[in-house]
Design a binder for this molecule. Structure first.
Ligand SMILES: Nc1ncnc2c1ncn2[C@@H]1O[C@H](COP(=O)(O)OP(=O)(O)OP(=O)(O)O)[C@@H](O)[C@H]1O
Ligand SMILES: [Mg+2]
Length: 272
């Protein structure tokens, strides 16, 4: 709606920004490098961050960058995943049917992975998003998946992705010891700092094709404070601010406008 008013070709601050146009913070850059290393060497990696900090976005980029002729990616994001559904979800993605018996499904999966490795000469990367919601029994199952050939080698790379509580409420405790011991790479994405928040906003504006200054320095300060540097929150505040500025026919957004938008949204019960 406001695109023409601001001279934009694309809407900024949307979820489906193309992967090559994403903002890359230092933490994101390092995490991507470590995940590539995990994929190459069939390691067990864990990525945690607060909600909205960019985990799933980072995984989208990671999957896009993995060479298709070298890797097969299995991606699951299902909070109600039981061990049986875990195998069904993975087998489905490989075009195979799960058996009623969990053990048979597991064997089928392991055989298929061995085939992919040995015959197709590809590596398998299995990603489990929203892992903080997964029951212990299902997480344990990953441990068994990694137990291969008398535990002498890892048949695939596994990436568990979840909110901070995946570590704080689960993995760090003794009852998860057996899984924790197997984690070879642990990454966490922090909130963006003030400078990164500004660069993040600029990267979305660059993507939109808008060449003019839109947010004043004080507006950026305000956005940073309100959002605490969480990308999803930054998107919301910026999007609402752009809409409000358009309605007011103002091309430059200052801190008062950002404050107004934030408070206005909150009054309507939409607390970001
Ligand atoms: N590096 C980035 N570049 C551009 N936009 C981003 C980036 N990271 C996150 N975003 C934006 O922030 C939104 C939230 O990110 P994302 O969904 O990846 O968070 P999350 O950590 O997976 O959150 P949750 O734990 O709630 O699933 C995305 O829809 C995307 O628009
Ligand atoms: Mg997510």
């Amino acid at each position: 709606m406001y695109k023409e008013f601001f001279g934009m070709e694309h809407t900024p601050f949307v979820r489906n920004v193309p992967v090559d146009k994403l903002y890359e913070s230092v933490a994101m850059h390092e995490t991507l490098a470590r995940l590539s290393h995990a994929a190459e060497n069939q390691l067990f990696a864990v990525v945690t961050a607060d909600s909205g900090c960019g985990k799933s976005t980072l995984i989208r980029r990671f999957c896009e960058e993995l060479p298709k002729n070298e890797y097969i990616v299995l991606y699951l994001s299902d909070s109600k995943l039981t061990p049986r559904w875990l195998y069904k979800g993975l087998l489905d993605q490989l075009g195979l049917e799960a058996s009623i018996n969990r053990g048979e499904s597991k064997t089928k999966l392991q055989q298929q992975i061995a085939y992919i490795r040995g015959v197709q000469h590809k590596n398998v990367v299995c990603i489990l998003d929203e892992a903080h919601l997964i029951e212990k029994e299902t997480l344990e199952e990953f441990r068994f998946l990694l137990n291969y050939n008398y535990d002498s080698m890892s048949p695939m790379a596994i990436v568990l992705v979840g909110q901070t509580e995946l570590w704080e409420n689960k993995l760090k405790y003794q009852r998860y010891e057996a899984i924790r011991q197997r984690i070879e790479i642990y990454c966490s994405l922090p909130h963006l700092d003030r400078a990164e928040t500004e660069r993040y906003i600029q990267s979305h504006l660059d993507y939109s094709g808008c060449g003019q200054e839109i947010f004043t320095t004080k507006a950026l300060d305000e956005i940073y404070q309100t959002s605490t540097g969480i990308p999803r929150m930054i998107n919301r505040v910026c999007e609402k601010s752009l809409l409000y500025a358009y309605q007011q026919r103002k091309r430059l957004i200052d801190d008062h406008m950002v404050k107004y938008v934030t408070e206005h949204e909150m009054i309507r019960g939409n607390q970001f």
